[in-house]
Design a protein around this ligand. Sequence first.
Ligand code: FES
Length: 481
Amino acid sequence: MPQIFLDGQAFEARTEQTVLQVALEHGVFIPRLCWHPKLSVAGNCRICVVQVEGRSWVEIACNMPVSEGLRVLTDSPLVREHRKATMQFITLNHPVDCGICDKAGECTLQDYHVAFNGEASISREPKVQATKFHRLSERITLDNERCILCTRCVRFTREVSKSNALGVKNRGDHSLIRPAEGDDVRLLDDDAYSENIVDICPVGALLSTRLLYKERVWYLQATPSVCPGCARGCAIDVWHRKPEWKLRTLDARHNTAIVRVTPRDNPAVNGPWICNKGRDLALLLERPRADAALRKGRAVALDEALAAARELIGRARHPVALVSSWGSDEELAALDDALGDRFTCFVKDDHLPADGEVVEDDLLIRADKNPNGRTARARFGHQALQFAPDTDLVLVWGEGCDFGRLPRGVPVIFLNAFLAAENGHAEVFFPTSVHTERDGHFTNADGVRSAFSRCVDRPTGVVDAERVFRALASVPAGVAP
Ligand code: FES
């Protein structure tokens, strides 16, 4: 293992590492814009310059291999001079419109400008104007004036998502990021991972069209969660309003809405990426919600609904439960503990692949569109649903049940988070929480257990399925009149 020296301090390095990687691994700061840990080295931004001791010039650290005894200065006067010149060059034609830029608050260029330049532009020439609000795809808007041509987005589509959707067109200060084939934007539209380029853009050039000018990042907080969109269970951050920035608005949903979803780096599951479906979690979880317990379609208090369910369970001799594959590890355990020995249980798929959705690929997306099918089946078995002729009660938990296939005339207890016609058809109905409204765990298809935390409060009237199961525990057969 070669030993190198950064600012006079010795560090052990691995042969295949660059100076930048060794520095980052040991907490030595070197700025970088075009370099990304999961992409190839482009070496085009030049902000990562360092000085080898004894040399009178600077070189880029992101492409400098380590060698035994290499001595590097990361913050010498020459390095600082070049960093400042580089920042002035990069921002030569930049509009510096941070006040209206969605990236403000998390923009690397803004941070580096303050840290390494901090002065107005020295250029007296008019700035070269480029395309603003260029529709790169259905989801992504490109501001070419803010783009520093680091090509992270181009490399992402070539090396990670492999859609080859983007390239650089023209030369010099006329260079533009554009769809790789003429003006055909379909490649990026069809890229199921395209919105990762918004995250990895180090400036405010690539923007989510859906969020354009809708939020400022300092009003939001990120809560660690798990994407329920498939059995991969990607680690995500769910962004929502900070309590101190709740809006006094006529529509209180603004205060509990999921504003955006970003990947949370988890090398064991998804690395730094997620697919676009994960970004659209709000569309899935913010469908109209059920918020009242029902008995034969009539709104009742929760206690009355629980009493009615207990009576049905007490009467039943051969009850069947259809178990949700969206239930958390804790909820599945609660159902098993409470009713597992009374009910014959079958695990159902709450969600199946939607029309046009990528079913499976070799990056992240799994064919099973449910986050916890593995735990559910480990607990309740893999048997296919089959109703015995003497079935006299069905408990349905979650979506994905075709009520037309349930045995006729048999009472149904139904737990569901969303408004649906079936809610009123059940003998007893419980409106349940979604996973962003409680703490818990999902275990993905590979057996990795991931925690999710409560992001927002449960709507009034909504109850956790776990609480319902515990309240229904220990109802022996034959107790009801
Ligand atoms: Fe090294 Fe851009 S980070 S040249």
